[in-house]
Design a protein around this ligand. Sequence first.
Ligand SMILES: Cc1cc2nc3c(=O)[nH]c(=O)nc-3n(C[C@H](O)[C@H](O)[C@H](O)COP(=O)(O)OP(=O)(O)OC[C@H]3O[C@@H](n4cnc5c(N)ncnc54)[C@H](O)[C@@H]3O)c2cc1C
Length: 398
Amino acid sequence: MTVAEIGTIVGQEEQEILALVHNFAETVMRPVGIELDKLSDPSDVIKADSPLWHVFERYSELGIDMFELSNSGLPPNRVALLNAMISEELGWGDSGLAISLEVSIFPKALAMMSGNPELIEQFGSGHAVGCWAITEPDHGSDVIFFGGQLKDMPGKPNCIAKKVGDVLEINGQKAAWVSNGTIAKNAALFCAVDLGEGICGMGGILVDLSQQGVTRGAPLDKIGQRALNQGEIYFENVRVPLRNMVISPDLGSFGSDVGLSMANAGMGATFVGVSRAAFELAVSYAKERIQKGVPIIEHQSVKSRLFQMYRKMEASRHLARQAVVNNGMGAPDLKMSIASKVTATQSAFEVASEAIQIYGGNGLAKAYPVEKLMRDARASMIEDGCNEVLGMMAAEKF
Ligand SMILES: Cc1cc2nc3c(=O)[nH]c(=O)nc-3n(C[C@H](O)[C@H](O)[C@H](O)COP(=O)(O)OP(=O)(O)OC[C@H]3O[C@@H](n4cnc5c(N)ncnc54)[C@H](O)[C@@H]3O)c2cc1C
């Protein structure tokens, strides 16, 4: 969908914002995403002179995080829809960078949820890089799946926050997969909580990662979304005030449902952008590439394959917008958010793979842009929960 087409269903203010975001995605995110993807050492992605920092700076200048938009005077349903459209634009620019920018808001979201002015001041103002630290080396799907019923999870948690007097003392580690784990200033830490009588569930805790006792792992080297830095976070006797536990274990699965719902709905909208990028590239290549004397788009099978790509992209887009609006307008809608994430990421992978097929041999070459999209999309089917595990979780809500 072009920005002009979006304009047929949203107002002038949204169009202006989307035009700015599209420009940012095209002129900043795309080239930087490609540059960072090519770096063989993932440590270079976060070094002091990396263009990654330029992306964060330019993004914060746009002033488009969901809380800033909430203060724009637009009604909540239009803000929610706009959020979905913005995520699509960011994903269209570069999905690894999009996730890096989007996950950054998690600590701020938790602080806003608390309603506590001190937490809002510390974690909710400004544009500090944030992360959502939930998975652990020994518990990936487990921690997503058992979230609120952590007591029933097989095996010992790798990270525990224990109440000691009027503070929580955090020890252990989170997985190498924490997005922004190597650079985040603040964490929305979801981990096992012991209030004095053993582990009683999972809590959502705000942690300033610049404090003593926090150390990081090396940036992870992976197949796709290479612009997205990831790495372990280690905690050794890290103390935070009890009030930093915004989501307490007695809320059961509510806390993990909120986090997962937000993350999955955002993923859905973002990966519509990846489908769109692959689809647009495939259409334009099919119009240029001549075989048997005509552009390949004239061949029926190519037309038909392009239609299947279009169909998947549009279906993902409508589900993604619905999921983001549902979350933005009421209680977290985990089933719908999961349906959106699974559909959009699976579709993005299939659409990007088909784009490679339409490019023929060139699709496999690093000099052309589509192989990167397929690698980026491949990672998304595991990110924020393996799709098959998420499906089982959604089915439990039936
Ligand atoms: C790009 C990316 C970004 C990420 N970002 C974050 C982040 O910001 N924060 C964070 O904390 N984590 C993050 N993760 C981690 C992600 O959530 C986990 O990788 C994911 O939940 C799967 O966990 P795992 O890798 O340990 O796989 P495992 O849980 O070991 O799963 C391995 C296989 O077993 C299957 N399986 C596991 N359990 C079951 C079950 N009960 N029933 C049936 N099959 C099962 C899975 O489907 C999978 O095929 C990210 C991951 C990726 C790839």
